[in-house]
Each structure stands twice: as C-alpha cells, then as structure tokens.
Design a binder for this molecule. Structure first.
Ligand code: ZN
Length: 63
C-alpha cells in the first residue's frame, strides 16, 4: 500500500518533475509521443502502463 491516493499520482508526477525527479533513459524513443494512449507511462515515456500503475515511480514517491 502507498501513502498517497491513486488519483493523485499524475499530479504528484508533475510536481516531482519540477523538483528532483529524473526520468529513466528512453527504452523506446518511437513511443515518446504516444501520450494519448491510455497505457502511456509519463515516467517511462513509453506505452506500457498508466502512470497510476507505475510502481517504479510510485516507489520513488514513497522515498
Ligand atoms: Zn512506468
């Protein structure tokens, strides 16, 4: 369980981006603009899972 709500994850992501969050290296650069895909991960910048399900980012938030 996380200490923040699922529906806050996206908002927290943009806050984190302005602060100290560093995004991982692009694995699939061709998907970087697929932001309208419901499974686009803002953190990983590829189509895989929504940011709400991105456990890597959520673990980062928790720290
Ligand atoms: Zn992700």
């Amino acid at each position: 369980m996380y200490s923040f709500r699922q529906n806050c994850v996206k908002k927290l992501f943009f806050q984190a981006l302005k602060a100290s969050l560093k995004l991982p290296e692009l694995k699939r650069p061709e998907e970087v603009n697929e932001i309208n895909d419901p499974n686009y991960c803002l953190y990983h910048r590829c189509v895989s899972h929504p940011i709400e399900d991105c456990f890597v980012f959520k673990d980062w938030l928790e720290r």
